[in-house]
Design a protein around this ligand. Structure first.
Ligand code: F6R
Length: 259
């Protein structure tokens, strides 16, 4: 795991966008895993601007989403498919039929979860962007999720519902259920890129990176993955015991060793 502490949220977005851009430029048919929420927004903005300058194309790419709320109409502005279109996909040249998300409007959600899991596994995600919840979730794998879990329906914790209430008119409008890629599914991606900024992420980042491997902190599954980049600003990295080591490591990173 490589932990990169950067001086500002803008630098975090810059480095994260650079990782995605490299995959888009160098891989013949790249598959990018997209997260929703606030954490990747500046990264998406950076990717959009690079695309508008004519320096980046998504035309050969496929995108898969981590999760989707259950119970919102498909055209609800806060459904994650609508969010990712608004924040990224509608501003770049990714063909819409190559944006994949859980289709939660089917009657048989269990069958849809199995289909989506097969789809994600078959596509083989090259770079998966991740945010972390205040309770340590990634995707919507809440604490106590199996570390080997696959795509399935989950119930959100009240903490997560409260965190996400800012996107809805009223707190009670936040759905209780989601379909999320499991921790095992997410771990199948070749490169996991965690983005975290701001002091509210200090605790979950420290727990994920330096705490025990535990279902109580689902993001600690990152410790088992062979290629993880954790991008944090100074606020999100404030509780890291080895902060000085991470700063030194990045400062002296050999040019031949990419992220
Ligand atoms: C959403 C997702 C979640 C968020 C997490 C952090 O697709 O996967 O794990 O990344 O809830 O949300 P923000 O970035 O809004 O703090």
């Amino acid at each position: 795991m490589e932990v990169v502490m950067l001086e500002s949220p803008a630098r975090v977005a810059d480095v994260a966008a650079g990782i995605v851009a490299r995959a888009l430029r160098t891989l013949p048919e790249p598959t990018i895993g997209l997260a929703t929420g606030s954490s990747p927004l500046a990264t998406y903005q950076e990717l959009i601007e690079t695309h508008r300058r004519g320096d980046l194309s998504f035309s050969g790419a496929t995108a898969v989403m981590l999760d989707e709320y259950v119970g919102l109409p498909a055209d609800h502005p806060e459904s994650y498919r609508m969010v990712i279109r608004r924040e990224l996909v509608d501003h770049v040249d990714l063909p819409l039929d190559r944006l994949h998300s859980p289709e939660v409007h089917d009657d048989d959600i269990a069958a849809e979860c199995a289909r989506y899991d097969r789809l994600v596994t078959g596509l083989a995600v090259d770079v998966q962007l991740l945010g972390v919840g205040s309770d340590g979730h990634i995707g919507f794998n809440e604490p106590s999720s199996s570390l080997a879990s696959r795509t399935r329906i989950k119930t959100l914790t009240e903490e997560t519902r409260a965190d996400n209430a800012r996107f809805f008119d009223a707190g009670e409008d936040v759905p209780r259920h989601v379909v999320t890629q499991g921790l095992g599914t997410i771990s199948d991606a070749r490169h996991l890129v965690m983005i975290a900024t701001g002091s509210s992420k200090a605790h979950p980042i420290a727990a994920a990176v330096e705490g025990p491997l535990s279902a109580m902190c689902p993001a600690s599954i990152l410790q088992l993955h062979p290629h993880v980049t954790v991008l944090v600003d100074e606020d999100a990295g404030a509780d890291l015991q080895l902060a000085d080591y991470y700063r030194q490591t990045y400062r002296h990173k050999p040019p031949w060793q990419p992220l």
